[in-house]
Design a protein around this ligand. Structure first.
Ligand code: PLP
Length: 356
């Protein structure tokens, strides 16, 4: 149990009203959680303080070598007024997997969840209530040693900020157009692809730009070695429904293990929908497209929950999916998960955690 000190702001900001579109990641609440780490001392001084700029030395290691991790989850105002988190234990576990991979000290799972709950509770008035909105929670850790040598830092800050959000993609549940990248790669097995760290994002920006210039909103990555096997989308895992079976690339060390991905697989099992995690090549997708068995394609991630894919572009091939419409499975998954998150659908798998 952390002994969290709470210092409330003297200057609360106006809370955005229901007319505000809540463009993803642009508005931040009144408070943030902060906890420090020093080697030999461990994590100390957990506190909720007014949201404010950080003061860091320009020599801080995070600025030079990118030793940082982040997580992403959401809090929802349920229809009965409860505040619910969705599977925060999975984020706490993944946070520590990331920490281990990039030499950041771990945080006990209970402490991580307690920190999230505490700051969400302080800013609970900021949880928007309109359909499709939620409070996005961004925990992250940065290396703070003022040092230019290369080694893991001896000091860190763990911070949680909160942002009321609407739909992640301006298009909402509308299908997105996806660019399959065959030049740049995002990650390789043995690298940091399965860790949630900024390095994976900086590696992806060039291809993202290229895709945008051609009118595509997201990049689908192929494996870094053969550029043949499907990996994932920028900030989402990818699923294909082929001939009745829901298929997603098997976790191989370079794919981020998404909580939403795991939720799709669990619901398939609950619903007796055939589901497979396997290595799948772009040629197999192209073949399924050509023989008419590519029924649905969708991305999954906390920010968007599910993002139907309406078109794939690979080399010179343009593959429209479902004439750009939303598939039945995608819709069913979206309705069920958002229903569970809002307390409207029975939570058979025990995924929600109340903030009291
Ligand atoms: C966070 C993330 C995802 C999605 O994970 P969720 O836990 O479902 O939000 C997928 N890919 C990458 C690269 C990510 O960073």
């Amino acid at each position: 149990m952390l002994n969290i000190r709470i210092e409330k702001t003297q200057n609360p900001k106006p809370i955005p009203g229901p007319e505000n579109p809540l463009v993803f990641g642009t508005i931040f609440t009144d408070h943030m959680f902060v906890m420090d780490y020093e080697e030999g001392k461990g994590w100390f001084d957990p506190r909720v303080i007014p949201y404010q700029p950080l003061s860091l030395e320009p020599s801080c290691m995070v600025f030079h070598y990118g030793q940082e991790m982040f997580e992403g989850l959401k809090a929802y105002k349920a229809v009965d007024g409860r505040i619910l988190l969705f599977r925060p234990d999975k984020n706490a576990d993944r946070a520590n997997k990331t920490n281990e991979r990039i030499c950041i000290p771990t945080i006990p799972k209970e402490d991580f969840i307690q920190a999230v709950k505490t700051v969400v509770k302080v800013d609970k008035a900021w949880i928007p209530e309109k359909e499709g909105t939620s409070l996005y929670i961004r925990p992250f850790i940065i290396a703070t040693d003022p040092f230019l040598g290369v080694r893991p830092s001896h000091t860190y800050k763990f911070i949680i900020i909160l942002s009321p959000v609407g739909a992640y993609y301006p298009e909402g549940l509308n299908p997105v157009k996806i660019w399959i990248e065959d030049e740049y790669v995002r990650a390789v097995r043995g690298g940091v692809g399965e860790a949630k760290t900024g390095a994976n994002y900086v590696a992806s920006m060039k291809a993202q730009d290229k895709a945008h210039e051609s009118g595509y909103s997201q990049v689908l990555w192929l494996d870094g070695v053969e550029r043949k096997y499907i990996e994932e989308v920028g900030a989402m895992n990818i699923f294909f429904k082929i001939n009745g079976t829901v298929i997603t690339p098997k976790l191989n060390g370079s794919i981020l293990p998404g909580v939403t991905r795991d939720s799709v697989i669990s619901l398939c099992k609950l619903w007796d929908v055939p589901v497979e995690e396997k290595r799948i090549s772009i040629d197999e997708i192209f073949e399924a497209y050509n023989n008419g068995t590519l029924e649905e394609v969708f991305g999954t991630g906390t920010a968007a929950v599910i993002s139907p894919v309406g078109e794939l572009k690979w080399e010179d091939h343009i593959m429209p999916v479902r004439d750009g419409g939303i598939g039945e499975f995608s819709q069913r998954f979206y309705d069920t998960v958002t229903g569970i998150q809002l307390g409207k659908v029975e939570d058979k798998l025990g995924w929600t955690v109340e903030v009291e």
